[in-house]
Design a protein around this ligand. Structure first.
Ligand code: DGT
Ligand code: CA
Ligand code: CA
Ligand code: ZN
Length: 571
């Protein structure tokens, strides 16, 4: 841990204490300590290595703070900060991000105006109420409003697929530029989180300044937040923040592990190292001062007696225990997928014809697909009734004659009505090969009602797959309230598959629910829900999500050969 990080942590503690109206002497003690550490010429880590007690000699650092610093260097964390963060309303902390609002002002604004959130702060500023407070004027009010606007632009997490599109050109440029020996995108991006806060690029190079210059001069860069020889941070025109780290080749594996995270995973690995008297950080694996590993990521794991763990699992959800016991899952891969079981055509709200969708799936070398247009309840999508599906059925018969190897299932994405019944009569349902049941309306039911509604739909003898089970749209619509444990149980009891919808703004089920389903022995199906041929490509986001949910190929129904898949959905 670097001095600047320790200083920042102490500043944060002081801020939070001050917001809470703590004893001013205590607040000042943390600020002084922050200043001492922040301006120190020698790294604290070095001081600790030489003489543990030397810290206490520094101005403003007593035994208590020295102990806290030692602990921070060991674990990367300060429990006091975590406690304080939990005790303070998140919104008050968020207000501190706004230039012009310090802890004292946040407290004043909170006390006098009852403002607790950024939204309320904005409202108060627009109404001119901030400038009525002691020590605040119109200018400050304007500064705060501008700060809020900027914060909105930066604070939002970006869906993974969007982040991927934003950084693709920059990454391509860097890869091809002189001095770049190795490059990986690390962080939550590499762990394939559904959204990312920022993108972390890691480069191995012995010409760091050259690489940094290329990075900072990229035409996509709008604003430079930090520029150093080995560490830069920028905001792209898209608003996405990108951090770049440049390390020498011998540290690359350690740096890749460190910057891939997650932070709790890193801390757990580092502690395993401590038990073996090893120091593990972003620079390498060290015994004493000698580097004994870290050129590759595998060496980091090896140093603590573990096999390499796939990034998608590194969330500190049991992956280390599983690795130690030899129970790491063999995660499903894109190449395992043999079919796509939800897609729409221009018979409803799709943009391509049946023939075009089929041709595109043939080009992907799938064994089977299902055509699953909407039913009549989804009026905005021009959902089909019985006659519409009969017409489509004849069209599929013709297509089948030409689609030599590809098996085209006749299907539908059938609406689950308010009471849990389905939007087509049983005879029509019986004619389909694949029936997906989904909710597209009345999201505002109580949790109990919604759960009952879905469970009833799953009981239907013709229901094969539950589509996008929680209905969320990432960043736009919360999932409807539903008891997923109950739904998973019903899926198991009635032999229904649960969909992992691969649309980047759905990714529904989420990783935790996937893990729950898998543990309950319920099979999943990864589908694109493509509304145009380009969206067939989204299947890989669904695979990523399945991997984050610890899925092996055997947990995913559409990795089966077509005959086995047919058996699976047979009731
Ligand atoms: P994000 O950007 O919010 O989507 O999530 P991450 O995981 O990409 O987080 P980020 O960008 O802040 O940092 C990248 C990685 O660097 C993180 O996953 C783990 C590592 N890291 C960052 N700060 C710390 C720290 O204080 N301690 C430890 N052990 N690792 C850290
Ligand atoms: Ca990140
Ligand atoms: Ca970052
Ligand atoms: Zn749908």
């Amino acid at each position: 841990m670097e001095n600047i990080q320790i200083a920042k942590t102490f500043e944060e503690v002081a801020d939070l204490l001050e917001i809470q109206g703590a004893n001013p002497f205590r607040v000042r003690a943390y600020r002084n300590a922050a200043r001492t550490i922040g301006t120190l010429g020698t790294p604290v880590e070095t001081i600790l290595k030489n003489d543990g007690h030397a810290l206490e000699e520094l101005p403003g650092i007593g035994a208590d703070l020295a102990g806290k610093i030692t602990r921070m260097c060991r674990t990367g964390e300060l429990p006091l900060l975590t406690q304080l963060t939990h005790k303070t309303p998140e919104s008050l902390v968020a207000m501190l991000r706004i230039p012009g609002v310090g802890p004292k002002r946040a407290q004043l604004i909170y006390r006098k105006l009852g403002v607790k959130t950024l939204a309320q702060l904005e409202k108060a500023a627009r109404a001119g109420r901030l400038s009525t407070l002691r020590g605040m004027g119109k200018t400050l009010e304007q500064t705060i409003l501008r700060g809020i606007d900027q914060d909105k632009a930066h604070a939002a997490r970006v869906p993974l697929a969007e982040a991927e599109a934003y950084v693709r050109p920059l990454v391509a440029t860097l890869r091809a530029s002189p001095g770049v020996e190795q490059l990986d995108v690390a962080g939550s991006f590499r762990r394939r989180s559904e959204t990312v806060g920022d993108v972390d690029i890691l480069v191995a190079s012995s010409h760091a300044p050259t690489v940094a210059r290329t990075f900072l001069r990229d035409p996509d860069v709008k604003q430079v937040l930090a520029r150093g020889e080995t560490k830069c941070s920028v905001v792209l025109r898209s608003g996405l923040q990108v951090d770049l780290r440049i390390v020498p080749r011998p540290s690359y594996g350690s740096a890749l592990h460190y910057f891939t995270g997650s932070k709790p995973h890193n801390i757990a690995i580092r502690l395993l190292g401590v038990k073996r008297h090893l120091k593990i950080n972003e620079y390498g694996v060290f015994r004493g001062t000698r580097q004994i590993g870290g050129r590759t990521e595998a060496e980091v794991f090896e140093a603590v007696g573990l096999p390499w763990i796939p990034p998608e699992l590194r969330e500190s959800r049991g992956e280390i225990e599983a690795a130690r016991a030899g129970y790491l899952p063999r995660l499903v891969e894109l190449a395992d997928i043999r079919g796509d079981l939800q897609m729409h055509t221009d018979a409803t709200d799709g943009k391509n014809t049946l023939a075009e969708m089929v041709a595109a799936c043939q080009a992907r070398d799938y064994e089977y697909i299902a055509i699953t247009d909407h039913t009549k309840a989804v009026r905005v999508a021009g959902g089909l009734a019985k006659a519409g599906f009969h017409k489509q059925s004849r069209a599929i018969d013709i297509v089948r004659k030409h689609a030599s190897k590809l098996v085209v299932f006749k299907g539908a994405e059938v609406d689950i009505l308010d009471d849990g019944s389905l939007d087509l009569d049983d005879d029509t349902l019986a004619e389909f090969d694949v029936v997906i049941v989904s909710i597209h309306s009345r999201f505002n039911m109580s949790k109990a009602e919604m759960t009952r509604r879905i469970v009833r739909a799953l009981q239907h003898p013709h229901a094969h797959i539950l589509g996008h089970p929680t209905g969320r749209l990432i960043g736009k619509r919360e999932p409807y309230p539903v008891d997923m444990a109950e739904v998973i149980k019903a899926a198991r009891d009635y032999g229904v598959l649960l969909e992992i919808n691969a649309q980047p703004d759905r990714l529904d089920l989420n990783d935790l629910h996937i893990q729950m389903a898998r543990q309950a022995g319920v099979k999943l199906v990864i589908s694109t829900d493509a509304h145009r041929i380009q969206e067939l490509e989204c299947i890989r986001y669904g695979v990523d999500q399945a991997r984050r949910g610890w899925c092996e190929a055997k947990d995913v129904a559409n990795t089966c050969r077509v005959a086995a898949f047919r058996k699976l959905i047979e009731k």
